[in-house]
Design a protein around this ligand. Sequence first.
Ligand code: ZN
Length: 358
Amino acid sequence: MTVIWKASDQKISAGPAPGPGGMPQPAARRYRAVFISPHLDDAIFSCGGTIARLIEDVPVLVVNVFSRCTEGVRKYAAVLGAERRGEEKAAAIFLGYDAICLEETDAFLRQGSRRSIRRLFSPPTAADLADLPRITGRLAECLAAVDSDNLYVPLGVGWHVDHVLCHQAALDLASRFRGRVFHYEDSPYCFIPNAVRCRLDEIGHWAAAPLKGSLDREWWESCSHYLRSAVLCHVRPRPVRWAASVVVAAYLLGLMRQHRVDGDAGSAARRPRLSPQLEDISAQEGLKLDAMMCYESQFRTLFHGRSDCEELHRNYSRTLNDRDAIFERFWTLSREPHRCAGSAVRAGIKKWRPWYER
Ligand SMILES: [Zn+2]
């Protein structure tokens, strides 16, 4: 079942009249921008300020990919029940955007082996890659049904497998999209020190990238941030939190080591050139936070509260620019690969690697 939220009608309908190929027809054909959101919340958490600004002029469409909710699923920080759909509806009404839910199954529910938080951040499996052409095809049909100049897709910061899959699908879509493609920094992962730079190193080359520190130092910086985060502080009782902290610290080290790119200048030059674009969302910050708080189940898990969320935005913005403002940052890739996802599957690649290494 596919669900479409049409802000102009203020109602959610299941299974709208399908278009060619069975795709739902978006609420309006002309959108200022289309945002691909791996889960119900990612577009707003990552780009809520930009969405609030764009929507002042022309409608915005959010396409939620892994949005299939199963009644009553709740484990660790993961809430995958029907309340997630209600949260999306509340955010869409509040900001006034249209949304489509493609109802692909969340990684947590997709495979038995994924039913641990740790495995959610493992590279895509062969089964994941086998699903990729279908997901890419559905997104392509969706884009073909609308008229839009700008496409916003996840960078894949944090390496959540569903975010990485959306990023991979988007690389393929970008080669066919006639407008501009922006890669957004997945939030709240982007608030973890070094997380964005690690991901940028992996997918492209940024000439103005800050100097890379030692793995030990970068791990400690990331670890210190994560151990103070709401996700871990919410673990009870305290001895379990201590044990979880040790496990998380060790896992984070493995994750950073696995994705660390230590190429020479030549290998950097072969990767796509990344160019940043800062959006000053100071005027929309309040709207963004209000919209984020519509995702109540996620917000209370990921943040200590509104002031914590504000502080994370403020602190992160200070690392991006000297101006006293709140920013969201987007990236453009100067050359996009062609059909990387499909070719990976056809070649039977079992072990996932960055596309530029294939
Ligand atoms: Zn997500």
